[in-house]
Design a binder for this molecule. Sequence first.
Ligand code: MG
Ligand code: ZN
Length: 217
Amino acid sequence: MPKVTIAQNILAVNENIAQEIHQSLTERSIRTINIMSSPGAGKTTLLERTIERLHKQLGIGVIEGDVETSNDAERIEAAGAETVQINTRGACHLEAHMISDALAQLDLTRINLLIIENIGNLVCPAAWDLGEDVRVVVASTTEGDDKPAKYPQMFAISQIMIVNKIDLLPYVDYDLQKVRRQALAINPHLRIFEVSCRTGEGLDEWCDWLTTFAHGV
Ligand code: MG
Ligand code: ZN
């Protein structure tokens, strides 16, 4: 099947570039996370709240992936992180070569923590290694509570799950215990944070984890 062969070659090329990125970031003591979710789960707002809290103690760089527009990058920059926008012009995930190009635009000497905000999509971003140390999937209480069951690959390849918008739990049909159970059945090592970017609940725990991570042990 020629199609399968081509797809595998493309993924193999991506893997090589991702390894080069990982090596060069590690040599510079830069720790990297790749944040993924469906559209509207609150990745950009989570980053704003996170960067506002941490930008005085950490050098934070952000690579902001969007299909179109630079609205999110402008919000992130205003929160206090050096930001590069990638517009994929239709592509539904980021690839490692895009990260290489974006890194050339950042002053890496000032960065300890690199955050990549992927395109809102729970499917193919799971297949594309970007050279990150840790993958974070954001779920939110305004989505269905069957996301881990429907998109198991995303939860299998992530190390962290953040459940956002927990302030809305009283108003939505979202069974948090079910989501935890489903996610941990797929990936027993998944670390789970429950947060509200609106009220700030849970953000201290997440930011503490991220600070320790950025100092890299
Ligand atoms: Mg966004
Ligand atoms: Zn895609």
